[in-house]
Design a protein around this ligand. Sequence first.
Ligand SMILES: [Zn+2]
Length: 67
Amino acid sequence: MTVTTADAPTAQLTRQDRCDRCGAQAYVRATLPGGSDLLFCGHHFRAHEAALAGAGADVLDERHLID
Ligand SMILES: [Zn+2]
């Protein structure tokens, strides 16, 4: 498959993605304007949500997939 767009496709989070803060399964990925990714569980995303929004992070929220 050839990627023709400038932006990489948004990959979904998997069971291998872990919260950077506590190691639980990650359900939210925040991409900072500088390009670095941060992964959060639901709990830690809520704890950092305001700061991430303030930093202009691009957020992929998959908390609806939590069992
Ligand atoms: Zn966490």
